[in-house]
Design a protein around this ligand. Sequence first.
Ligand code: ACO
Length: 385
Amino acid sequence: MREGLDDVVAVSTRLSHVDGEAGELTIAGYPVDDLAPHASVEEVAYLLLYGNLPEESERVRFSVDLAERRGIPTAVLDLLRAAAHDNAPPMDALRMAAAALALGRNGEPPDDALTAIASFPTIVGTYWRLRNGDEPVPVRYDLGHAAHYLHQLSGALPSAERTRALETYLITVCDHGLNASTFAARVIISTRSDVISAITGAVGALKGPLHGGAPGPALDMVLEIGASERAESVIRAKLDRGERLMGFGHRVYRVRDPRADVLAQAAERLYANDVDRSIYDLARSVEATALRLLREHKPDRRLDTNVEFYTALLLHGLGLPTELFTPTFAVGRVLGWSAHCLEQLREGRLIRPQSAYVGPTGLQYRNWGQPPITVATGALLEHPG
Ligand code: ACO
């Protein structure tokens, strides 16, 4: 039995390959460090959905199709207003809005997949503005996917540099083998459910701090440390208390997560040109101390930097607040979820593993003959005995 399913192969995929020993990530045939800094989100979405990069005419047609799906239905907007009124966390708002994308649609898988990819930036941007008491900005059809997301958030046109940094991030995290949220999506769609249900489940899985919820706490740790000379004492105290350092360790990688390098380089460029680089320098020094202390703390287990550490730094440099880190991850990962859903529908079987039963056996139920539990209006539930 493999508790947690380490090393268990559950599906075949052409979408991405994670080599945990070599520290390599291949996305539909391309090394992530080749694709992420140079391609557009639209090209990579096309690659994942159709298996090859688009020709120029295909790229233009696909980009227009995607852009035309950016608007969100009034019912989704109303839902986001209600969520903002309730001050719901952005990931909860995204999950609710993702589910509501099914309204008025007929559940055609490719149509749902494209609509989810196109709508996520609008949902997150709209929600963020509503929660801050601002009105949403109208959808723009003349911007690329990454620039449109930044525009939805701030209402301002982003610089080419910032757009490139975000685009690199979104591509870096677009797919990653059978990670927990993608697995959740594939399990759901493997029952021949619909793509929107699968993506909604995936958003729920991504939210957890052991998966996509880590970059906020990773940045919090850097900010808490505040100065390089405090790194050792703060990190040592965390490890002594049995805390996990967010942004370090990975189920599959036994070496440095290759996505961390792609994002570290993107962050380096962003901070060199655009943003105060003191936090970048601090983060590099915190990383070095964390790696040294993790080796001391767990000598038998290789714990290295994962994608979330530099996600935190890059998104912070883009001016995104920590609450938007995981939703922004979802804006990237929805490409992979969508493509996995279509692949599972085309080629997969029902995913239904087994469990090892470790509970008691042979017990006998002896309570028959007891009066039924009754609930009187206005009275508390009374349970006999
Ligand atoms: N800091 C301190 N100790 C750690 C860390 C860490 N970041 N990661 C693992 N360990 C320790 C565990 O405490 C455990 O110790 P124990 O055997 O004494 O109990 C041992 O290493 C093995 O840990 P597991 O949880 O079994 O390893 P697993 O492969 O399941 O963990 C995970 C992978 C969940 C990512 C883990 O490394 C972790 O919690 N990291 C911090 C959270 C994080 O950064 N998540 C983002 C991952 S990337 C992504 O999902 C996009």
